[in-house]
Ligand binder design. Structure first.
Ligand code: BGC
Length: 535
């Protein structure tokens, strides 16, 4: 049972300085799990990344030059005139992707309306933004100690972690990434949970905790109707998962059943949580102003601190704690048409061809699972119209899902006027004859799609900041799009600043592995008294 799983991908230990102590790749691909405590540095530990590997721009392709012989003078004039004309056409077609200030204001208003509908008992059943109660009421106070296991399911990979919380905000963490094969993502729930239990058991054996009974936090990043800290029914799958027999079931019980079926390890599941909750908790461990957790990765979602009296579905009576974390599940905003006034033909195309049509409308306009595909659809349309690449397409360009979201970050990482990354991406797409004009247009299309995503997220965050109405709010953020897109952070800061009430301030804090350490913290806070008592 302790033999290596086929899906095992990489293993790493980190200490509280964020230094990887013994990273090694185990084969398959270039994902690893080193992390960093530096808020500005890119880290590839993100659990929910669609494609997190930045390309190293090693070759520089010379810009296409035009032959300046007298015979080609006419060509120069025609092509430059037509380049300007093409640029204008690209610009015009992209206007539908840009949100005006009025539209963004209207979005804030609609998001607030939906959040309120989610919170209120009467309107909750029909609300799109469900605002699930998380049952997390205490933020970490820095005194959490002990050894915890964490499971992290909800992005491209599945991870198992062993976290040792120590004094002075110190922690040791070891983790291993396991692939979730496509056939398991869309197979049966039993298969999925058996796979998780097998990975857990192997991990425990490898890390010499096989015989220990450790508390475990389970980060399960899908819409969960929680009935307590250790009970939650799956509302619906998102992000390409669709395992049969799990919707409306208690996923903690499914995990416990799978562990019991194996019968080899003993686990105390202390908490189930969303990745947004983990992100908030891991930032709040160091920064007590952190009141919002945000993910912009494969999917998108936010959680925030709400007053208990406004969380009408919170059924714990009179425990004298004033606040509870709410998992908004804002990815479903717009499923009732509330976003139709800003949706485009490209958004409708993405939705129609997705595994969950009509669902996660907001998420599909924002997150890493869809951003590259949105760009691809715009490129295809413009190529077909003869505006890009002289009308010459390629098989890769015409194939769904093959314009990866990482390409958007890479193309926008080029210095203005330099198209090194852009050309490398286009070459990967089999488009080898792009002109500088084409590259500039491709870049503009990427900018429109990512700017729209950043502005949509900003509308949601500003709405939550205004609703909480605290003098200062720190937003803990994680996810591959936020981490790796070179402009996302700045676009958000600029837009949120415009949208929040005068007198309120905020900052965005990159989370240090929210899904892993956050899970340990939720478990630790849940059994804080036990830990203290057992000393
Ligand atoms: C899920 C959320 C999750 C988000 C980010 C969405 O698809 O519904 O629960 O927080 O992705 O991972």
């Amino acid at each position: 049972m302790d033999q290596e799983l086929n899906g095992a991908m990489s293993s790493v230990s980190i200490n509280s300085n964020g230094l990887a102590t013994k990273p090694h790749l185990n084969g398959h691909n270039n994902t690893n799990t080193s992390t960093s405590t530096n808020n500005n540095s890119s880290s590839n530990n993100s659990k929910d990344e669609t494609d997190n590997v930045r390309r190293k721009a090693t070759t520089t392709t010379a810009p296409t030059t035009t032959n300046a012989s007298p015979a080609s003078t006419t060509v120069i004039q025609t092509s430059s005139a037509s380049a300007a004309e093409k640029k204008k056409m690209v610009y015009e077609l992209c206007q539908q992707l840009l949100l005006t200030d009025e539209q963004i204001q209207e979005l804030c208003y609609r998001i607030l309306h939906e959040v309120r509908r989610g919170l209120a008992k009467d309107t909750h059943p029909k609300a799109n933004v469900k605002c699930f109660v998380t049952y997390v009421q205490d933020l970490p106070n820095g005194n959490e100690r002990g050894k915890f296991l964490a499971l992290d399911l909800g992005g491209t990979n599945f991870r198992v972690l062993l976290i040792h919380l120590q004094e002075n905000n110190d922690f040791q963490m070891e983790s291993r990434i396991y692939a979730i094969p496509q056939h398991i993502m869309i197979g049966s729930g039993i298969q999925l949970f058996d796979h998780i239990a097998e990975c857990l058991s192997n991990f425990m054996a490898e890390h010499n905790v096989y015989a220990e009974r450790l508390p475990l936090g389970f980060t399960f990043s899908f819409p969960l109707r929680q009935l307590g800290l250790t009970k939650g029914l799956l509302e619906t799958w998102t992000k390409g998962f669709n395992c049969a027999g799990v919707v409306n079931e208690d996923v903690v019980q499914l995990l416990k059943d799978a562990i019991a079926r194996r019968g080899d390890v003993q686990i105390d599941v202390c908490a189930i949580l969303n990745d947004t909750t983990g992100t908030l908790m891991s930032c709040a461990w160091k920064n007590h102003n952190c009141k919002i957790g945000l993910i912009v990765g494969t999917g998108s979602n936010a959680c925030y601190v709400e007053r208990v009296e406004d969380a009408e579905l919170f059924d714990v009576q009179d425990n004298h704690k004033p606040h509870v974390l709410i998992n908004t599940e804002w990815g479903a905003f717009g499923d009732n048409g509330a976003l139709d006034f800003v949706r485009t033909e490209f958004d409708r195309d993405i939705d129609m061809h997705s595994i969950n049509p009509g669902k996660q409308t907001f998420e599909k306009m924002i997150s890493g699972m869809y951003m590259g595909e949105l760009v691809r659809l715009v490129l295809v349309k413009m190529t077909k119209a003869g505006i890009l690449f002289n009308g010459q397409d390629s098989e890769v360009l015409n194939t769904r899902g093959l314009f990866f979201t990482k390409y958007v970050s890479e193309i926008e990482a080029d210095e203005p006027g330099n198209f090194t990354n852009c050309r490398l991406v286009l070459e990967e797409l089999g488009l080898n004859n792009a002109t500088d004009g084409d590259c500039a247009n491709v870049r503009y299309i990427c900018e429109c799609v990512s700017k729209r995503a950043a502005h949509l997220v900003s509308a949601g965050i500003a709405t939550l900041i205004n609703k909480m109405d605290e003098p200062h709010t720190t937003v803990g953020v994680d996810g591959s799009v936020y981490r790796f897109h070179p402009k996302f952070h700045n676009l958000m800061v600029e837009k949120i600043t415009q949208l929040i009430k005068p007198g309120i301030t905020f900052d965005l804090m990159l989370s240090e592995d929210g899904s892993g350490r956050g899970a340990a913290l939720v478990a630790a806070v849940a059994c804080r008294e036990d830990v203290v008592n057992s000393k």
